[in-house]
Design a protein around this ligand. Sequence first.
Ligand code: ADP
Length: 314
Amino acid sequence: MSISLSHLSKRYGQTHAVDDVTAEITHGSLTAILGPSGSGKSTLLKLIAGLERPDEGTVVIDGQDMTHVDPRHRDIGFCFQHYAPFRHMNVAKNVAFGLKVRKRPKKEIDQRVEELLVLVKLENKARSFPSQLSGGERQRMALARALAIEPRVLLLDEPFGALDAVVRAELRHWVKKLHAQIHVTTVLVTHDQQEAMEVADQLIVMRSGHIVQSGHPLALYESPATDFVHEFLGPSTIFQGEVTRPHDLELVSVYQGTEKGRITSIVSLGFEAQVTVELSDGTSTWVQLSRNELSDMGLRVALLVGVRRRLDAV
Ligand code: ADP
């Protein structure tokens, strides 16, 4: 189901949490709302969910104006970072909860729960209690619970925020696969640009309650509309007064560079190396090289080098 947000605003006292936001979330997409803390991402999600009412503007889901419709009647599944499971209920009962509230027949509930537990790969944990699950398993249970009611829209607010890096990476691959399987229109809030770039097919970048740019993740990465988007969507450095991707720069001999300077640090991070150069005008820039480039060039701290934009840089 598509979601149309039109001139949405939400204020808390003097704070314009969401300020005149207009956006189209296409049917079946996986859209990430990305922005720094306090930029209005969660508030926007709550406005879609109906957990907050806008001061101005409308929320239209699949052609129906939902702005004043109670959250229970919006057909939306939620999954939040600090999801609180029912501790006294086992996994199967937690997943069944929304269906029970909706008074679906027992047979239908049992069948649906079984399907969902297979989908989230918790079929062997149906009788376990939430306290017996790992963090990643608990979030998968939360997703199954959100999906149980067959929502038209799935909203995820920093769903992996509380997990460690390895589990986070696993879960985001998994969510992407799940989305490819079930194609429910999904909106994910995150402050993590890597998460957004990896998972989403649409990005909405927010700052101070506004949308600064939206579109396909690669399009935003390659053609950021502002320095803010550029800096937010990946590694960046300043070269000749412009925000630049560090992998779009290269180190060459002093005479070949468009700028020259002295290497002040080299940080090796497995496959890549980050080389910082203090330029002759006193500013610093950093260049991202592969491990091979670093060793082939015999770079070391204090060496004088030239810096230039790579010829194939966009
Ligand atoms: P994000 O999700 O991007 O971190 P939020 O939507 O949570 O941002 O918050 C946007 C702004 O609105 C922040 O300045 C925050 O302090 C404020 N805000 C959010 N919720 C409330 C609330 N219930 N009461 C008062 N201020 C709030």
